[in-house]
Design a protein around this ligand. Structure first.
Ligand SMILES: Nc1nc2c(c(=O)[nH]1)N[C@H]1C(S)=C(S)[C@@H](COP(=O)(O)OP(=O)(O)OC[C@H]3O[C@@H](n4cnc5c(=O)[nH]c(N)nc54)[C@H](O)[C@@H]3O)O[C@H]1N2
Ligand SMILES: Nc1nc2c(c(=O)[nH]1)N[C@H]1C(S)=C(S)[C@@H](COP(=O)(O)OP(=O)(O)OC[C@H]3O[C@@H](n4cnc5c(=O)[nH]c(N)nc54)[C@H](O)[C@@H]3O)O[C@H]1N2
Ligand code: SF4
Ligand SMILES: [Mo]
Length: 700
């Protein structure tokens, strides 16, 4: 008889690019196989709940399509024809080609390109140590957070807010521009607790009827890019009806009188015409906020992904300063807690050896950069920079997720570009590489994490041996550094040593202390989180009127049309508006069972998501003779994409929503959804307006 399998439970942390950063309990069977993955009930934000896709992680870690060996391209670029080689050959070739490229064009011709496929500090950010040691081109990260973060910081001066667990003590929870049922499930845990225990009202604001919005007491479906107008009208009503906290405004904000007079003309009728909401809906929302001091604004990323996204995020955050709800438990606003951790990352990132004169290249503009558009390659002093002729890519899939995909694909196809992709799967990006190197997954290496949507520092340690010849990012970077002659003490340390140094130098204890419980709650005091002693600007005041280029977010200077930004909260009409040729607005919102381009390979996610679809209101579809399930083409100035129509009242007339970033070849014709999105830099610090596209649609 076979012995019973031995199942152990080990703590870990979800490494994926998600504000929830859940604490996990992982079943390990016989020391080598992953079983069910559970939320850790002991971590008070995770509270035992995780999303379905990570609960079934066994499907991903033991997937038959995982990359197991280094591969070298055999056929033409993008043909998918590869042949196995050894790690030693692959890294020797990488070093040789990088050194050659450097000799020919200077060090800035090499561009290490990475993102948050893992949020682990060592595995994600260690690539920067190599970049600084070698003076390779810098990576200015813009694809995700820039509009939302700068918009939030514009008011408060700091990326931090009220403890998200306090949502459970609120009377009104406003879930704005995020779809947590899909994208960060734990928000719902705490919001629903408030409803259950206190009868709290839930307000959800989105551009379509999401699964989150369906659960709301008040669901507001706005025209894309009009949240600034909604926020202004809400504040107009708050001033008009005596809900503004005048004492708070006097003591804690910059220009309350100027704001009040500016808002006089921004009444609900004005906002109704812009947002597509009714005056009654806007009045009802404002009344709820005005009558309930314990109103918690949970502001998401999604409504930042518009060309006016930073302005809209700032406008929404201003509401809590008008009512003074920041003062009370369960009141105030929250977006992300990035600022509470005060990390010292010089060992991980090699910040001590950084040369500030090296150019920074904009992550979102990888298409324009690779096709050689001169403005995209420029140095900070305005001089022309060299072309990018070598790429090292970890934890990201730009050929699929970056905007202006036609340019991205054209750039990756360049014969004079040498591309190394370190991956877990044969992604759209890996398919375009010269070398594909197999990477470990999070349960196969050590790392440390922080919660964006909460307040914990967490560990995820190696639980099982990696399959095949998979190597961790850290391992690869250190080996390559040696071959390239790059020097830094971090290249000679292991993950645990780097974590220990970073914790100690940031004031968070030691590795061993953190390993005891696997996570540490670092929630700042009530006083600090509620800004009771003032906001994080020099004058301690919340800024209704931010000086946009000086918002303390990025130090590379403003980007996009920042000079035209309104001083006070407003509707800033710079979104890509429909016209006669492109009568629709298209948003590319997240799919529940994918995480960006991750999980597109797991059977249960594939099954749930079905096929690439675009949601269209039945009235619009009838006018265009588009039947439910019909094959359709979407297009705009940037290209065309083929998918299937889903007729649904979930979308407003005039708005189209294509959920998820499907692999490019899941679409007939091989062009993915980002063929339609734009790489225009968004004000004030860059970013991609993924949900802000004009488009046409036609049946095929
Ligand atoms: N299942 C799943 N989870 C994910 C991801 C995923 O792809 N799938 N992605 C992860 C990543 S990288 C991130 S950054 C987070 C992001 O998570 P969120 O903060 O939720 O942000 P988004 O996913 O960009 O968009 C959220 C919602 O904003 C809506 N929206 C877009 N434009 C507007 C607008 O102008 N006004 C309003 N009111 N709403 C608008 C979209 O329709 C969408 O429903 O989620 C993470 N979690
Ligand atoms: N149309 C549209 N496009 C979007 C968005 C949208 O809403 N709509 N959202 C945007 C946003 S918010 C973001 S953040 C970006 C994200 O886009 P990406 O940064 O590309 O994120 P993922 O799709 O999660 O891809 C991460 C990749 O990293 C790999 N990976 C994971 N862990 C490791 C590791 O430890 N080592 C190595 N070497 N590889 C690893 C995974 O296998 C996966 O292929 O997409 C953006 N693109
Ligand atoms: S909700 Fe987000 S952090 Fe939590 S398990 Fe799912 S993907 Fe990971
Ligand atoms: Mo993101």
């Amino acid at each position: 008889m076979n012995a019973q399998p031995k199942i152990e439970r080990h703590p870990s942390t979800c490494p994926h690019d998600c504000p929830s950063a859940c604490s996990l309990q992982v079943e390990v069977i016989d020391g080598k196989t992953i079983g069910r993955v559970h939320g850790d009930p002991a971590q008070s934000y995770t509270a035992g709940v995780i999303c379905a896709k990570v609960a079934r992680y066994a499907e991903r870690i033991h997937h038959p399509d995982r990359l197991l060996h280094p591969l070298i391209r055999k056929g033409p670029k993008g043909s998918g024809e590869f042949q196995r080689i050894s790690w030693d050959e692959a890294l020797a070739m990488t070093a040789e080609r990088f050194l050659e490229a450097e000799k020919r064009y200077g060090s800035e011709t090499v561009w290490p390109y990475y993102y948050a496929g893992t949020m682990g500090f060592v595995q994600r950010d260690g690539i920067n140590r190599l970049r600084h040691a070698k003076n390779y081109s810098g990576f200015f990260s813009t694809i995700c957070v820039n509009m939302a973060w700068s918009g939030f910081i514009a008011g408060t001066g700091r990326l931090a807010g009220v403890d998200p667990r306090e949502m459970a003590k609120s009377d009104v929870v406003v879930i704005w521009g995020t779809n947590p049922v899909s994208t960060q499930v734990n928000v719902m845990t705490h919001a629903m607790k408030a409803r259950k225990e206190r009868g709290a009202k839930i307000v959800v604001i989105d551009l379509y009827r999401t699964d989150t919005l369906k659960q709301a007491d008040l669901g507001l479906v706005v025209r894309p890019g009009t949240d600034g107008a909604l926020a202004c009208a809400v504040m107009h009503v708050l001033f008009r009806d005596g809900f503004a906290d005048r004492e708070y405004l006097r003591d804690f904000t910059d220009v309350p009188e100027e704001l009040e007079s500016h808002l006089q003309s921004r009444d609900p009728a004005w906002a109704a015409a812009i947002t597509g909401l009714t005056v009654e809906e806007i009045e009802a929302f404002a009344k709820l906020v005005g009558e309930n001091k314990r109103t918690y604004l949970r502001l998401g990323y999604g409504f930042g992904r518009q060309r006016n996204g930073a302005v809209n995020m700032h406008a929404a955050s201003c509401i809590a300063a008008v009512t003074g709800s920041w003062k009370v438990e369960g009141g105030g606003a929250f977006h992300n807690n990035g600022a509470i951790y005060h990390w010292r990352k010089s060992l991980i990132e090699g910040l001590d050896i950084r040369n500030p004169r090296i150019r920074m290249l904009d992550q979102s503009r990888i298409g324009p950069i690779l096709v050689g558009e001169p403005d995209a390659l420029r140095r900070p002093d305005g001089s022309d920079g060299p072309p990018v002729t070598a790429l090292l890519i970890q934890n990201t899939n730009p050929v699929n997720v970056a905007p202006e995909q036609a340019k991205v694909v054209r750039g990756f196809a360049r014969e004079d570009l040498f591309t190394v992709v370190h991956e877990q799967f044969m992604t759209d990006t890996a398919k375009m590489a010269d070398l594909v190197l197999p990477a470990t997954q999070f349960m196969e290496h050590d790392d440390m994490y922080q919660g964006g949507g909460h307040q914990h520092i967490m560990l995820g340690l190696k639980l099982v041996e990696p399959p095949g010849e998979c190597r961790s990012n850290h391992d690869l970077i250190c080996d390559l550094a040696r071959r390239l002659g790059a020097e830094h003490e971090g290249f000679a340390m292991n993950e645990r040593e780097i974590i220990d140094w970073t914790l100690q130098n940031s004031g968070w204890g030691t590795f061993d202390e953190l390993a005891t419980g696997n996570f540490r709650d670092v929630q700042p005091s009530f006083e600090e989180a509620h800004y009771l002693k003032g906001f994080a600007y020099g004058d301690k005041r919340f800024k209704f009127k931010p000086d946009w280029p000086k918002v303390p977010f990025a130090n590379i200077g403003p980007l996009g049309p920042w000079k035209d930004m309104p001083g006070l909260p407003d509707h800033w009409a710079v979104t890509e508006e429909p016209d006669a040729e492109h009568p629709f607005k298209l948003a590319t919102s997240p799919a529940r069972s994918f995480l960006n381009s991750t999980f597109v390979e797991t059977p249960s996610s594939k099954k749930r998501e079905g096929r690439p679809e675009v949601m269209i209101n039945p009235a619009d579809a009838a006018r265009l003779a588009i039947a439910d399930g019909a094959k359709v083409e979407l297009g705009n100035v940037r290209g065309t994409v083929i998918l299937h129509a889903k007729l649904t009242e979930q979308t407003r007339a005039g708005t189209l929503v294509a959920e998820g970033i499907w692999p490019n070849d899941a679409h007939e014709g091989g062009r993915g959804i980002n063929t339609l999105t734009s790489a225009d830099a968004v004000a004030p610090f860059g970013g991609a307006a993924f949900h802000d596209n004009k488009a046409w649609i036609r049946p095929l």
